[in-house]
Design a protein around this ligand. Sequence first.
Ligand SMILES: Nc1nc2c(c(=O)[nH]1)N[C@H]1C(S)=C(S)[C@@H](COP(=O)(O)O)O[C@H]1N2
Ligand SMILES: [Mo]
Length: 226
Amino acid sequence: MAEQDGHGDIPLTGRVREKLIARKQDWAREGRLLTGAAAGPARARLPPGQTLVRDWPVLDLGVQPEVAREKFRLRVEGLVENPLRLDWEGFLALPQEEQVCDIHCVTQWSRYDNRFAGVKTRTLLALARPRPEARFVVLHAYDGYTTNLPLAEFGAEDAMLAHSWEGRPLTREHGGPVRAVVPRLYFWKSAKWITRIELRAEDQPGFWEVRGYHNHGDPWREERYG
Ligand SMILES: Nc1nc2c(c(=O)[nH]1)N[C@H]1C(S)=C(S)[C@@H](COP(=O)(O)O)O[C@H]1N2
Ligand SMILES: [Mo]
């Protein structure tokens, strides 16, 4: 899968977990984990159907690309006035910010107060200058994973591309060197090992979105599957 994005020299270890992927797809079809509880008017911190965890589970397709910092490239392209192509130094040269946020995984765990550091998506978008037609974003990762979201939500004030967590470099298993963090949507929208951000006029469902996950994924509306 990695070949498609033209980064065939990034080693992948592990094996794609076909069975796990098929099982999650079945759960999506069956509506597993749905509580039917609507979020009340005063939005709770813990979204419906979620359980708080203290550790930080690792979830991915089973292959974890090993992206050396010298080989890291980040592109912002598609419907932008100023396409960006950044290497590691270029990425670190952008304004750096910190963000403490909660994360909510569709498989039911939530984790509070994660301190990420990196570049806010707003900063990147301000540099790339989206064209007026741009309304959606597809995030592409080094393991071939993709996920889609509305441009407005990708550019939310608390969304970022993170390289550190709790003051330390983001580990490879959690998506280092750089991952997306979009706290207001289920965590599958936060692509690990990100390499390309594509701005589009039309939406294009990503890896889990074509396998039965909700196209939008708001945890407080319990948009798990759809
Ligand atoms: N590149 C990539 N990003 C990904 C995934 C993946 O398989 N590949 N899995 C997603 C899912 S389903 C979740 S829940 C989170 C898990 O992130 P974590 O392993 O750091 O907890 O990453 C998301 N981002
Ligand atoms: Mo997930």
